[in-house]
Design a protein around this ligand. Structure first.
Ligand SMILES: Nc1ncnc2c1ncn2[C@@H]1O[C@H](COP(=O)(O)OP(=O)(O)OP(=O)(O)O)[C@@H](O)[C@H]1O
Length: 315
């Protein structure tokens, strides 16, 4: 379990992380999301003691990570796969890491096999592709068979087979009761991998909930309703929290009320419904609406760029 309490980090005048409090539960995959610069990597670095909090505290299984006597065996970390620029082979790199914790060749061979690196294990790590480097970073994180895993963008640079492999791996690690915290910008992937989501925006938590609640929260759900009595139903649903949009004649999109509630109210008023379908949003749609006010680096839309001179505008 990872517990952060009023955790903050300032770099000069820049507040990267602003008093966040959250718990990452064991036995679940927790996805860490947020726009670029939201503070995800800084938070992860503070969890593993690579950055010192300006205020607040964070513990892994009840104590600060830096106090751990055998960190590799407690927390597996993938923070920056590109950080390994070595003339050593993957095998020797892992063997050297393991040596600091009494982890021997047998376990090194095991993680090499687990991460599919057998054919390149004797090659220089410096010549690895992004995907192979990523697999090596995951192998290093798994080396000590830790109870907790912190993986920053583990699928970055992996091909579809690799992405799927990471998904299966982290799900099975969580099923064994381990704590898994991972960040990714791939929403569809996160929706399939994570049980729980924490969203950061400008250093603050803007959502902390099970995936199902984030994509299907009652207040965000839209219900598609087909009825030959659209105007009567619209009048019936004129409630403070409810928004009714006419899609086409006889077809309404209703939000702020459940499908069951709409059906019950229509039945009591004797209004026939020909369709009543809850429309679930994708995690990407939910994420975009959650973070729309918190994006630090926004892409100019085509509309905004239309009036600019063509030089210097990326198309
Ligand atoms: N060492 C540093 N010195 C100064 N500012 C920093 C430092 N590290 C991070 N920052 C700033 O803190 C903020 C949070 O950065 P962080 O890397 O934690 O965000 P992130 O959510 O991981 O972003 P990304 O998705 O782009 O990786 C950013 O504005 C960043 O520029």
């Amino acid at each position: 379990m990872i517990e952060a309490e009023l955790l903050s980090k300032r770099y000069g005048s820049k507040t990267a992380v602003d008093g966040v409090t959250f718990t990452v539960q064991s036995g679940k995959v927790t996805g860490f999301l947020g726009p670029n610069g939201a503070g995800k990597s800084t938070t992860m670095r503070m969890i593993v003691g690579l950055d010192r909090p300006t205020a607040g505290r964070v513990t892994v299984n009840g104590r600060p990570y830096v106090e751990s006597r055998a960190p590799l065996r407690e927390v597996g970390v993938l923070l920056d796969a590109k950080a390994v620029h070595t003339g050593r082979s993957a095998y020797n790199h892992l063997l050297a890491m393991g040596a600091t914790h009494g982890i021997g060749a047998a376990r090194v061979r095991e993680v090499i096999e687990l991460t599919g690196l057998q054919s390149v294990a004797r090659k220089r790590v410096g010549g690895f592709s992004l995907g192979m480097g990523q697999r090596l970073g995951i192998a290093a994180a798994l080396l000590g068979d830790p109870q907790t895993l912190i993986l920053d963008e583990p699928v970055n640079g992996l091909d579809p087979e690799g992405v799927r492999w990471v998904r299966t791996l982290v799900r099975s690690l969580a099923a064994e009761g381990r704590t898994v915290l991972l960040s990714s910008h791939l929403m569809s992937e996160m929706a399939q991998t994570a049980d729980h989501i924490i969203v950061l925006g400008r250093g603050r938590i803007i959502a902390d909930a099970p995936v199902g609640d984030i994509v299907g929260g009652a207040s965000q759900l839209t219900v598609r309703v087909r009825t030959p009595h659209a105007s009567e139903l619209t009048a019936l649903l004129a409630l403070p929290e409810v928004r009714v949009t006419s899609v086409e004649q006889g077809l309404l999109d209703v939000s702020g009320i459940s499908a069951a509630d709409i059906g019950d109210r229509a039945a009591r008023a004797g209004i026939a419904l020909h369709e009543l379908t809850p429309v679930t949003r994708s995690l990407e749609e939910a994420y975009m609406s959650l973070t729309e006010d918190d994006v630090e680096y926004r892409t100019q839309s085509m509309l905004e760029t239309q009036d600019l001179p063509s030089q210097g505008v990326a198309r």
